[in-house]
Design a protein around this ligand. Structure first.
Ligand SMILES: Cc1cc2nc3c(=O)[nH]c(=O)nc-3n(C[C@H](O)[C@H](O)[C@H](O)COP(=O)(O)OP(=O)(O)OC[C@H]3O[C@@H](n4cnc5c(N)ncnc54)[C@H](O)[C@@H]3O)c2cc1C
Length: 445
């Protein structure tokens, strides 16, 4: 009983006047990041950070644990609140009622906002903006003027939620081989086949589906196009719809160890009819689906790095808080040199990931940095596994207890190296390949 009494009370927030070598952490200073170092943002971006930080603190953190443990849905108030803040329009150009003006500010804003939302929760915070981002990039890159003006304002306002459907049961890393078909008919496109791991496909009103529009499979990735599939939004873990034409769409959520709230679905299509005007780029978009999808993922990788930084920050704060309050051998865990070393290493990784993400955002805003976007994703997502592990370790047995949020951070971190390009595929197929190409170019071969 004595030991249990000295266990710190579970907290979702680190507030409470904890001290690191006399620096009050409860009073968060401008630009400070709860003990892992200053973020070195300009005044403009500090304002963005503060806005999303406050939203995450007030609206996301208080419910994150409940959603995780009940495997519940993302609360609608979070979606509407994020929409009000403009969170879904960060990459949508101004002329389509979003906030993007072109250039590095757009990427920086997205990274800064994502980090703060993910510090609130990976599952019901930072990841909500990933899907609209990917659709936005595809529409901006390959949509007709009419498609852009139809969809982008609705994405920016949060009126439509988006699900992304690239992965299939037999094709994940090698997504160029996907076999879901879209067949042209007089009435539009008929979709048949099974997509899997489509996150938020239940609540989504539109699904961005990568499908084979050219029946000649020898064309490989050049036979793919992207379609916008409309559906009714629903909560929960399953759905089924039948069209007047007889088309069927049926989805069931795959239970996961973490990253809960949006739910990731396996979805079967049977003659699901999509209007002809919903193929991105119309005839010009035929065969361009793979490129449009990859362009979206490229940005998604930077965004995923920002998600990892926010998650690491939350884990760091939890570990620091626990270490300062838990007394072992007569002293707080924090007082032992080894704990300070652990926390310092965590802070160094977080700061490294954060500043690398900012640097890649600036590069991408100036038309470069696609290789670095993959690199930052690969590096920071692995770092998040280590940081959340170390934070859990600082908690001792209580780190393994569900009642402490660090157990959620630990399982949430594990998904980061799987989606948006599984780590091995990303390193082999994107990073190593591009480095090899660059080396060949330099040698003039
Ligand atoms: C929670 C969650 C949410 C997701 N959300 C979405 C979503 O919204 N939309 C969507 O389309 N997809 C989504 N995905 C799918 C995700 O993108 C895929 O899981 C990922 O691309 C890997 O594909 P796979 O699962 O089929 O793994 P596989 O392709 O079967 O790979 C298995 C393992 O082999 C490794 N591997 C593959 N090729 C090689 C190689 N050449 N050499 C060495 N190792 C290799 C991989 O890195 C991996 O570790 C989600 C996945 C998860 C878990």
């Amino acid at each position: 009983m004595g030991r249990r009494c000295r266990r710190p009370r579970r907290r979702d927030s680190v507030r409470g006047g904890a001290q690191v070598d006399s620096v009050p952490l409860g009073a968060r200073r401008r630009g400070a990041t709860h003990g892992s170092g200053p973020n070195h943002l300009s005044d403009d971006f500090e304002l963005v950070a503060e806005t999303f930080r406050r939203f995450a603190e007030d609206k996301i953190r208080p419910v994150a644990e409940h959603v995780h443990r009940t495997n519940g849905d993302v609360p609608e108030e979070i979606i509407s609140g994020l929409a009000e803040l403009g969170g879904f329009g960060l990459s949508v150009p101004e002329e389509y009622e979003g906030f993007a003006q072109g250039g590095e500010h757009d990427y920086m804003g997205m990274v800064v906002a994502t980090e703060e939302l993910s510090r609130g929760s990976l599952g019901i915070g930072g990841s909500l903006v990933t899907r609209p981002e990917i659709l936005t990039r595809a529409l901006v890159g390959g949509g007709t003027e009419e498609q852009k003006s139809t969809w982008l304002p609705r994405v920016a306002s949060g009126e439509v939620m988006v699900g992304i459907m690239a992965t299939e049961p037999d094709y994940g890393s090698d997504v160029a081989g996907v076999k879901v078909t879209a067949t042209r008919t007089d009435d539009g496109w008929l979709i048949n086949g099974v997509k899997t791991w489509a996150t938020f496909a239940g609540r989504a009103n539109v699904l961005m589906v990568l499908a084979r529009t050219d029946p000649d499979r020898t064309k490989g990735h050049r036979g793919l196009s992207v379609l916008i599939v409309e559906k009714e939004p629903v909560g929960g873990h399953s759905f089924a719809f039948t069209q007047e034409s007889g088309g069927r769409m049926e989805g069931r959520a795959i239970d996961t160890i973490g990253y809960r709230g949006m739910h990731s679905f396996e979805v079967a299509f049977e003659d699901w009819l999509v209007p002809a005007e919903n193929l991105i780029g119309l005839d010009e978009g035929l065969g361009r689906g793979f490129y449009l999808q990859m362009a979206g993922f490229e940005n998604g990788r930077l965004q995923t790095a920002a998600r990892a930084v926010g998650l690491m920050q939350a884990a760091f704060e939890a570990g620091l808080d626990y270490a300062q309050n838990r007394v072992v051998f007569g002293s707080p865990v924090f007082d032992y040199q080894l704990s300070k070393v652990k926390l310092a290493r965590m802070a160094a990784l977080i700061q490294g990931g954060r500043q690398f993400s900012y640097a890649v955002a600036r590069l991408m805003g100036n038309g470069h940095g696609s290789l670095e976007a993959s690199m930052v994703k690969a590096q920071v997502c692995r770092a998040a596994e280590w940081v959340t592990r170390e934070s859990l370790q600082l908690h001792g047995g209580m780190g393994y207890a569900e009642e402490f949020p660090v157990s959620r951070y630990y399982v949430d971190a594990r998904v980061l190296s799987i989606f948006e390009g599984a780590d091995e595929t990303l390193c082999l197929r994107v990073i190593a390949r591009r480095l090899a190409e660059q080396a060949l170019e330099r040698s003039g071969a």
